[in-house]
Design a protein around this ligand. Structure first.
Ligand code: ATP
Ligand code: MG
Length: 346
């Protein structure tokens, strides 16, 4: 599809260039012919004057027909032949130059068309991959729910406990599906830049306290310690969106830190910018994966069991989109087995 689009675009570029070339060639040919005629005429006149030993003025008028050139006959048959020959050669040179320009510009047009289409092709491929990934993520839990229900409906002697346990599993899958659809909605909203920012002054320590209490229950289940090092500085931003980004950081930090680990929230001002760092003592991310973790649906494969993480791989891409909304910048440093630090600069 993109190959034919590239060829079509090249054709359009070349047609436009040919049209412009034709127009200019016609103008140059017309003006050049007049100049050629006048100069040949002048040259012939001076030759004849030399033969007859007549002194001609230094400056002859542009149009010799307006000048008093006495006994000379200009525009003779020989002159006309010479002029036609010169004009034909002039036209041939113009055609050769045009052909040269056209082939070079067609080549450049082909390169340019490729460059113009490359980002569109890339985004279309990303869109296709996104749809395929989303469909896959939706299908997996749906199949699990369907299979469990089908198998157990057939089992006439199913006990109450077994039935409850299946319902519980189904509920978990449904909650996962709910999270996925919410995430997809959030991503598409942030991507469309459709949201109006609600900016106000917020204190860094207020944000840190809010985050800590939001995740306190989850942290307790893993016996993880959160240390807050937030200053009482003020920053003007959209509080809810900032909380969404930091919640994604903290959710990951908890998810990818083993039991009894440590997470530090380091929020401070640096050169007029607010910096939010979430540092964990978790599993860390390998160098080869670092540039990819912000891609949609990207999950790092754990080297120990070759299985992928439990999430959908959407959290960080949502954080990236929201951070663009806030004019912020995300960055990460990490060491495998030692931990990671995710930062947002606002
Ligand atoms: N703090 C962290 N420590 C180690 N690995 C991390 C950390 N944060 C993210 N990652 C890696 O980056 C991947 C992408 O993270 P992201 O938040 O986008 O997706 P997820 O956590 O897998 O799923 P989701 O957030 O959609 O539930 C994760 O799968 C994980 O492998
Ligand atoms: Mg996540």
């Amino acid at each position: 599809m993109f190959k034919s689009a590239r060829l079509k675009l090249t054709l359009w570029y070349s047609l436009t260039i040919s049209f412009i070339l034709l127009l200019f060639t016609a103008l140059i040919y017309r003006a050049g012919s007049v100049l050629l005629f006048e100069n040949l005429n002048r040259f012939q006149l001076r030759l004849r004057a030399q033969e007859l030993n007549i002194n001609l003025p230094q400056h002859l008028p542009r149009n010799l027909r307006d000048a008093d050139v006495g006994p000379f006959e200009i525009n003779s048959e020989e002159f006309k032949q010479d002029f036609e020959l010169a004009r034909r050669n002039f036209l041939l040179s113009l055609i050769f130059i045009d052909l040269g320009i056209l082939s070079i510009s067609t080549f450049l047009a082909y390169l340019l068309a490729g460059r113009t289409l490359a980002p569109i092709e890339k985004s279309l491929l990303a869109q296709k991959r996104f749809t395929a990934d989303a469909a896959h993520e939706l299908r997996t839990p749906l199949t699990a729910i369907k299979t469990a229900l089908e198998v157990n409906l057939k089992d006439k002697k199913i006990s109450r406990e077994d039935a409850l346990s299946i319902l519980k599993d189904n509920l978990k899958d449904i909650e996962g599906l709910e999270k996925l659809s919410n995430d997809l909605l959030l991503l598409s909203k942030a991507e469309r830049r459709a949201e109006v920012l609600d900016q106000r002054m917020v204190a860094l320590d207020e944000i840190s306290n809010e985050l800590t209490s939001k995740f306190s229950a989850l942290v307790k289940t893993k016996d993880i310690k959160i240390i807050s090092k937030a200053k009482h500085d003020l920053v003007k931003t959209d509080y809810d969106k900032l909380m969404q980004i930091l919640s994604i950081f903290l959710d990951n930090a908890i998810k990818y830190t083993p039991k009894s680990g440590k997470i530090t929230l380091n929020f401070f001002m640096e050169k007029n910018k607010a910096v939010f760092q979430v540092k964990d003592s978790g599993v860390g991310i390998g160098k080869e994966n670092l540039p990819l973790i912000f891609d949609r649906f990207y999950k790092v494969e754990s080297s120990r069991n070759k299985s992928k993480s439990a999430g959908f791989g959407l959290g960080l891409s949502i954080a990236g989109e929201i951070s663009e909304l806030l004019n912020g910048k995300l960055s990460v440093t990490s060491q495998l087995g030692k931990g990671s630090t995710f930062s947002l600069h606002l």
